[in-house]
Design a protein around this ligand. Structure first.
Ligand code: TXA
Ligand code: MG
Length: 334
């Protein structure tokens, strides 16, 4: 695995041999780890079934779980998906950014069936991370990229976490430092006339509802949407996900002996002084800061060897919805 360090603030890669080599890897069907504003992506050519198969194999991901196709612009997205009025409004308001739109796949789309797991819909995203957009436009193909972690485990938000999880599967790891948002993109489904929140994420629900002018519906059951059991609507909704080795105890009001602590806000938890390890998500109680730190904090607490990670309550407003969603999955029975 080669490792290439970039400065996302200075966009210091156009016209470099490293970018040329990355494009060559992508077009040859090899896998790259690419930073986005949300989490690192395990990236491959979305039009190449062998590259997509390699992504599933590297992640150990069930093959019915489809991949997000990253493109450079809304214009390109419209070649791959059919955008109704609501979909266009959301794309215009939030792209580039941490929003994924699931729309009907257009007949001319070159995204391969393996990437969409055989569904007649496609998940499209224009990330604000310029490196991902430059790869997609330079290669002239959509880039399939699930979060860069083994399936069901904690998403990678730093290059070192990604190297530890997936290093041997990668031709290239692009290191842009820690990802700024820290939780994955929000996923909205726009396939049956009703916009549905399939996964809370980096764009808060409230902001989407302001643009739509009405509340977002929840995910329909796969049956209601005409799907089949093996094709969950947003299979990130598989219950146990983002799982550390330690047991998770949510909404802790006191710390028990032997536990590690995931803290939030200025008020110490009773018993905190006996914690095996402590990670503070945000001492001022800021959900944005907490989201950006969430996954790396969980990894460090897991590495402390504590059998249980106690988590302080985190309000559900704004990015708090996505944070509570990920914590709930990390705590789910496995
Ligand atoms: O922030 C993100 O979204 C990151 C970065 C790398 O872009 N990617 C990411 O991908 O989180 P992944 O594969 O870990 O999660 C994508 C989710 C999965 O739960 C998948 O089931 C859902 O998107 N998805 C993809 N295509 C879909 C489709 N056609 N219909 C419904 N859900 C879909
Ligand atoms: Mg994931």
């Amino acid at each position: 695995m080669r490792r290439w360090k970039i400065d996302p603030a200075r966009r210091d890669w156009p016209d470099t041999p490293e970018l040329e080599a990355a494009l060559a890897d992508l077009l040859a069907g090899r896998l790259l780890a690419v930073p986005t504003e949300t989490v690192y992506g395990l990236a491959g050519d979305a039009t190449n079934p062998e590259a997509c198969a390699a992504i599933f194999a590297a992640k150990g991901r069930p093959q019915f779980n489809p991949l997000i196709a990253h493109v450079d612009s809304f214009e390109t997205a419209k070649r791959h998906g059919v955008f109704n009025e609501d979909a266009s409004a959301l794309a215009t308001a939030f792209w580039p950014g941490p929003l994924t739109l699931v729309v009907p796949k257009s007949p001319e789309s070159t995204v391969c069936d393996l990437a969409t797991a055989g569904l007649d819909t496609v998940a499209l995203r224009v990330p604000s991370a310029a490196i991902m957009r430059d790869l997609a436009s330079g290669a002239g193909v959509p880039v399939a990229a699930p979060s860069a972690n083994r399936s069901g485990r904690i998403s990678g938000t730093t290059a070192d976490d990604v190297a530890a999880d997936l290093g041997p599967s990668l031709a290239l790891l692009i290191d842009a430092g820690p990802t700024p948002v820290g939780v994955e993109s929000t996923i909205v489904g726009l396939v049956d006339g009703t916009p549905r929140l399939l996964r809370p994420g980096g764009i808060p629900r409230e902001d989407l509802e302001t643009v739509l002018g009405h509340p977002l519906a929840g995910a329909a059951t796969p049956q209601a949407a005409g799907g089949h059991d093996a094709a969950p609507l947003a299979p990130g909704m598989l219950t146990s996900h983002y799982a550390p080795d330690a047991r998770m105890r949510l909404n802790a009001t006191a710390l028990a002996p032997g536990e590690a602590l995931l803290a939030f806000g200025p008020t110490p938890l009773p018993g905190q002084e006996h914690a095996v390890a402590v990670e503070q998500l945000s001492s001022t109680g800021d959900p944005r800061e907490a989201a950006a730190r969430l996954f790396s904090a969980l990894r460090r607490l897991d590495a402390s060897g504590a059998a249980t990670i106690a988590v302080m309550p985190i309000p559900r407003e704004g990015l708090g919805e996505a944070i509570n969603d990920r914590l709930g999955r990390a705590a789910a029975p496995r």
